[in-house]
Design a protein around this ligand. Structure first.
Ligand code: NDP
Length: 501
């Protein structure tokens, strides 16, 4: 009989040497994983340093060939990987498959574009230094540590891993304690096609293992997770001036204008809020809709959300809440919203039945309520009427997060998008930017900083290096103790003529 654990009880894990990964739908143990302590994390990073040298020396073309082989292997293993993602997170089978598609698309793009983005290129030297040939190149950091969350246990860390590897780094990845098997499966899959050196290794365990990775001498740390943990990661990395890229959560909004396609907006609001049971960093948490169309949009959202069911079967619309403690957060946010005058037009307090939460749609919830101001990370949505989109923009920009957003408007989509303080906006769509590998991904304020994906993501995992090469002696030599007294005078005259008007 499969072993079950009481996942609602917090476990003391200081003295554990191994821990189970658990299917949140059934509480059955999937597998046991080792707890990597500080010494073993250091040993893994030391091995990664050797691998990084080898990987760097291979050059762009060889790395591209190997990473494309890995992409092909992951494509062949798609169903197997999706099965494991489903088992560890509980998400429906097709959602897990879609996650794998994102993994493959990003890995392909990173492998194919690394050379174009990162190779050394000439830049103009400017009039004053025209005797120099100037170029900028991008070099790998060496060993990149990646710490990832559980909600998209393959796609989210691969947003860093693919780009870090393509830029020539070796990677040590610490997956969430809820999804260690997916992390290990990614590393095993890579090792099968790149057997020479361990360019991707996994360390498993709890928060302490992640903290040890921050202090293990990695050259850069890419963190994805909550803002609270991000602060701890930054504090640990500050001890050694280790640079970080920080991808945290959000309270993303969807704005609906009077001229919007309401059917499309309602569909996007419900999918954006409820898919993956609302456990998406760029998931829609709130909708702002102008008065004229608010009733019609709310009716459409209500009708669609009512059709969705959370359950444990592979074909359910929504899976369970993966992290048991998150159920309490969702319950508290819904209860507070209702106590503060909110109305539940779909579901309500009794929608929470661990490990599942049925869809909840709330109206008339104050902006200060936790359901609006904080990340709920469940299949819940608050809908707000606004007199115009200017007010919506103001309310969205007042929040402490700034990850993504969506705007539905036939005429003003791009204009509204440019006024939103966040990292990504989908116009007449939702979350679509995450599936475009060429686009950077990341937030502002409490949602973090730095960028993964796209050319910016490749550069995030590279150090720029500037080189100037003297082509001929300058006419006016000023960068020497031997300069004649008139040299600076002449240079200043030229500067005044060139720049003084
Ligand atoms: P957490 O912040 O709880 O954990 C993230 C990772 O950090 C886990 O691997 C965790 O390990 C590890 N960790 C915990 N404590 C420490 C520590 N002291 N030092 C170093 N590492 C540590 O986030 P969740 O896993 O709960 O993920 C959900 C959050 O991630 C949400 O806020 C979501 O919005 C955000 N997210 C952001 C994305 C983005 O790209 N912006 C994408 C996806 C999610 P362990 O699990 O073992 O405790």
């Amino acid at each position: 009989m499969a072993q079950r654990v009481d996942s609602s009880q917090p476990q003391a894990h200081q003295s554990l040497t191994r821990f189970p990964s658990i299917d949140p739908r059934t509480s059955e143990v999937i597998a046991y994983h080792q707890v990597d302590d500080e010494a073993s994390v250091h040993a893994v990073v030391a091995r990664a340093r050797e691998a990084a040298e080898w990987w760097r020396e291979l050059g762009f073309a060889q790395r591209r060939r190997r990473l494309l082989s890995w992409r092909a292997a992951l494509t062949r293993q798609l169903d197997e990987l999706a099965e494991l993602i489903s088992a560890e997170t509980g998400k429906p089978r097709d959602d897990a498959r879609l996650e794998c598609v994102l993994v493959i698309a990003h890995l392909d793009w990173a492998a194919r574009h690394a050379k174009r983005v990162l190779r050394r290129r000439q830049v103009g030297s400017g009039l004053l230094m025209f005797n120099e040939a100037s170029s900028v190149g991008y070099e790998p950091y060496g060993v990149v540590g990646v710490i990832g969350p559980w909600n998209y246990p393959a796609h989210t860390p691969m947003g860093s891993i693919s780009y870090a590897l393509a830029a020539g780094n070796a990677v040590v990845f610490k997956p969430s304690e809820l999804t260690p098997g997916v992390g290990q499966a990614l590393a095993d899959s890579l090792a099968a096609v790149i057997p020479e050196q361990p360019v991707l290794q996994v360390v498993t365990g709890f928060g302490e293992t992640g903290a040890a990775l921050c202090r293990a001498g990695v050259d850069k740390l890419a963190f994805t997770g909550s803002t609270t943990t991000a602060r701890k990661v930054m504090a640990a990395c500050a001890e050694t001036l280790t640079p970080v890229v920080i991808e945290c959560g959000g309270t993303d909004a969807l704005l609906v204008d009077a001229d919007a396609d309401l059917a499309a907006a309602a569909d996007a609001a419900v999918w954006g809020a409820m898919s993956n049971a609302g456990q998406t960093c760029v998931g829609v948490e709130r909708v702002y809709v102008v008065d004229d169309v608010a009733t019609s949009l709310t009716e459409r959202i209500t009708a669609q959300a009512r059709k969705l069911r959370a359950g444990g079967e592979p074909t359910a619309d929504l899976g369970p809440i993966t992290r048991p403690e998150q159920v309490d957060v969702i319950r508290d946010h819904v209860a507070e919203a209702l106590a503060q005058g909110g109305t539940a037009v779909v579901g309500g307090a009794d929608s929470v039945s661990p490990p599942f939460v049925q869809p909840v749609v709330l109206t008339d919830v104050p902006e200060t309520s936790t359901a609006v101001a904080e990340e709920t990370f469940g299949p819940t949505l608050t809908v707000h009427r606004v007199p115009n989109l200017d007010e919506a923009v103001q309310r969205v920009n007042a929040g402490r997060y700034g990850l993504g957003a969506a705007v539905f408007s036939r005429r003003r989509g791009a204009r509204i998008a440019s006024r939103l303080r966040c990292g990504m906006v989908a116009v007449n769509g939702v979350i679509s930017y995450a599936a475009v590998p060429a686009l950077p991904f990341g937030g502002v304020r409490d949602s973090g900083f730095g960028r993964i994906h796209g050319a910016d993501g490749l550069r995030e995992f590279s150090r720029s290096k500037a080189i100037t090469r003297r082509r001929f002696r300058p006419l006016i030599q000023v960068l020497t103790f031997d300069r004649p007294p008139w040299a600076v005078q002449l240079l200043l005259r030229i500067v005044r003529v060139l720049y003084g008007r």
